[in-house]
Ligand binder design. Sequence first.
Ligand SMILES: [Fe+2]
Length: 387
Amino acid sequence: MPYNDELSFNFLTPTKVIFGLGATEEARMEVRALGGEKTLLVTDEGIVRTGLVERVKESLGDLCVGVFSDIPQDSGVHVVNGAAEFARSLKVDSLVSLGGGSVIDTAKGLAVLLKEGGNLEDYQGMQMLDRPQALHVSIPTTAGTGSEVTFAAVVKDHDLNQKVLLFDYHLAPNVAILDPHMVSGLPPRITAFTGMDALTHAVEAVHVLERNPIADALALRAIRLIATHLHHSVENGDDLLARGQMQIAATMAGMAFTNAMVGLVHAMAHSLGARFGVPHGLANAILLPHGMRYNMEVCADQYALVAEAMGVGKPEMSDEKAGMAAVNAIEELNKKIGLPGRLREVDVPEEGFKDCAELSLSDGSIVYNPKPVYETEEVLKVYEAAW
Ligand SMILES: [Fe+2]
């Protein structure tokens, strides 16, 4: 069955997407159109050093009343709570986020605190908000997380050493500006990691239990774009055509998975990140083919669509054969963009798998996996295969 037995679903993508070379120049107009008069630019120190912040500040002109750039790579609830105090002191009514997933998620949390007050921890959970939050225009500087259109914000509670997850339709930014100039300076390794994160979002959106035809359409187109353009963006960062197509793909994959969700591969990647600090996109890149092999018996028909999108499926192939062709194509893509194919190559000790497998079982994503996963042993098998 391509879809769940009783197909019923909600699909929402409330974010206005603006794409184009130089689209950043429209930031001011977008904030004004939303009714914003005092904007805080939210970014991080790495981006400040690239000079991109100046471009956005220039575009915002006198709308920009301050810059908050004190966001570490692994943002925290204390960062969001502190940023809210700063934003309130400036009487800010709108936010422009400029950065990767961590910056955009910080701004999503900040939008909540500006509207609702309190601390970020108070809004932890699913659909805890009942009205629109502070105005938010996001300008992603990576092509991968999809955070510019998703309903989730993940921020770490450094004191408790755990992630705080907020998931709510009202968290989606009002506008996402995709400007290839904003990603052209991204180093090859980060381009590869984030690109494979986007591919994993798309493939998981296609195989999960909550898959639906609208999310499929977005995800399959994203897969086609990634298969065509990711290696060009890695090999030549200045290839603005490839960069732009990857931005569109990551955003489409974001729209798909925030509605359909992700599965086992993300659950396992989250655990590797938490226990061994493996970058999210890299963990996904290595685990994705193995997660697909694990799920093959229940969703080969969906993987046949993935194969077709990647240009390796042929009409005469059985679903299983096409599904395996998709798996092989993903492994080839990993090689082509210089990523390792095995967990042993990224310094993950085999002895750590049991702990990671147990952690994966309590991850929110695992319940959406197409093949039900109840036992640690099942997850362990997939880690072992990837080692
Ligand atoms: Fe991801």
